[in-house]
Design a protein around this ligand. Structure first.
Ligand SMILES: NC(=O)c1ccc[n+]([C@@H]2O[C@H](COP(=O)([O-])OP(=O)(O)OC[C@H]3O[C@@H](n4cnc5c(N)ncnc54)[C@H](O)[C@@H]3O)[C@@H](O)[C@H]2O)c1
Length: 443
């Protein structure tokens, strides 16, 4: 299968050699990703939740019976060829960090302990102004943000010399709420902002800039602006380093983007949607700060408006009350509980209620998303048609707040996103797109 994969259709470059994955932040999500990939490589567990590893894709007609695994259809890097490194503001190796995150149990961690111990984070670019609840000790120092960006670029260059291709993914903490500022208008103004230490430039943006300057794709798993800025889109297109974001769509929002399209498809009204969560991991602690919470809140709130389109359906969705709360509750650790109370109404306006209680595991849901994103971004960079597009909207499937072209509204409906993703794969491989029209079966 490998030779067939490597040849692909058109001129997609084969996934030859090592793929280096750099995670910014080596906390719960990153350690669960890295430990998980190693556990899968050793045959200790299955990559459940990963579309690239477990998903199939239908090709041609329903009667053709052609449904390969996604990873056998498009030339993706093999898990055996993936190598990890990254940065964190704490110096613990991946074993200690994973034990601290307490997502995976001791037995799982023990079986891959030497592998995890060998991965040690590089010092981070960090400033407590942007993440109030953390006190980093393992951080770089420099004269200016420009100097710090240079230091990150040398980290990336060094890693690049050891592998064949590199992808960077932000798995770091949620930064305070920021809005685009004049320094974000162009690459040139951003570079001036780096020299002038412009406060509108948060650490996550410095990482993104460094990666894109190095021609390295960048995915953003947090709700920070990071690559959602004109200067980053420009730079991404210039250097052919694809970008995508933002904020992994894991628990409550995943369910929301499944249920809301169902109500909308059946023209059922929604008068209120109250979502609350308790979680006790470090992410929860960071989000306990109102400024970081605001960033997350914005990301979680956008979803319903785009799916339900209240301006088009004022009778159904014009008066919806949407509230999102996140409460830090240490006893639960990474095992978040998310409650939704949904007030809907049907025929003649009669009210009904739906209650969802999702006892999820945050990072167990996030790790396969992070894996798919790095593999798909690497594929995008090897695909001439996708490489210079900048934003990879076909990866919306994985995000709470998907990035789309300026002026274009994002698609939040999980099923539209899934179709978009699979049709993109069919398209780059020269296969027919699937529209689900199906009239030909009745001719
Ligand atoms: N876990 C999920 O299901 C989920 C879902 C959606 C989004 N996210 C987002 O993903 C991110 C990571 O989540 P997590 O649960 O792994 O959190 P975490 O707190 O366990 O890990 C984040 C890590 O980033 C480090 N960090 C912070 N600032 C940094 C910087 N400037 N440079 C390098 N490292 C830095 C922290 O020290 C920490 O180790 C968060 O922003 C979170 O909101 C997580």
């Amino acid at each position: 299968m490998t030779a067939e994969k490597a040849s692909g259709k058109g001129s997609i470059q084969p996934a030859k050699g090592k793929l280096g994955v750099m995670t910014v932040g080596m906390g719960a999500v990153a350690t669960t990703l890295i430990a998980g990939v190693e556990a899968v490589r050793k045959g200790l567990a299955k990559p459940i939740g990963s579309v690239t590893q477990m998903g199939t894709i239908r090709l041609g007609k329903r009667t053709d019976n052609r449904t390969p695994l996604v990873k056998n259809f498009v030339p993706l890097a093999d898990l055996d060829d993936v190598v990890f490194t990254g940065w964190d503001i704490f110096p613990e190796d991946m074993y200690e960090a994973a034990a601290h995150a307490a997502v995976l149990d001791r037995d799982h961690l023990q079986s891959i302990k030497p592998f995890l111990q060998a991965i040690k984070p590089m010092p981070a670019v960090f400033d407590q102004y942007y993440v109030k609840r953390l006190h980093g000790t393992h951080v770089k120092t420099g004269k200016s943000k420009c100097d710090l960006a240079q230091q990150l670029r040398s980290d990336i260059q060094k890693f690049k010399s050891q592998v064949d291709r590199v992808v960077v993914i932000w798995c770091g903490s949620t930064e305070i709420f920021l809005e685009p500022a004049p320094c974000h208008a162009t690459v040139e103004s951003f570079e001036k902002g780096l020299v002038d230490n412009d406060p509108a430039i948060a650490p996550s943006q410095i990482y993104a800039y460094a990666a894109l300057k190095e021609g390295v794709p960048f995915a953003n798993g947090a709700p920070n602006l990071t690559v959602d800025l004109p200067c980053m889109i420009e730079l991404s297109r210039q250097t052919g380093a694809p970008i995508c974001g933002k904020d992994f769509k894991t628990g409550q929002t995943l369910i929301k983007t499944v249920l809301a399209p169902a109500f909308k498809a059946r023209m059922l009204g929604v008068s209120g949607w109250y979502s609350t969560n308790i979680l006790g991991n470090r992410d929860g602690e960071v989000l306990d700060d109102p400024e970081s919470f605001k960033t997350k809140e914005e990301s979680k709130l956008g979803v319903l408006d785009y799916i339900l389109q209240p301006e088009k359906y004022p009778d159904l969705y014009g008066n919806i009350y949407h509230k999102v709360r996140i409460n830090y509750y240490p006893p639960r650790g990474d095992n978040k509980e998310g409650w939704d109370n949904i007030d809907i109404f049907g025929w003649l306006g009669y009210p009904m209620q739906i209650k969802v209680d999702f006892l999820c595991r945050d990072s167990i849901l996030a790790a396969p998303i992070a894996l798919d994103l790095v593999l798909f971004l690497d594929l995008a960079q090897r695909t001439p048609e996708l490489r210079h597009l900048g934003i990879q909207e076909w990866l919306s499937f994985y995000f709470k707040s998907p990035q789309s072209a300026p002026g274009l509204y994002p698609e939040h409906d999980l099923f539209i996103q899934s179709m978009k993703l699979k049709n993109t794969l069919r398209h780059i491989m020269g296969e027919d797109l699937i529209t689900h029209l199906g009239l030909e079966y009745y001719d």
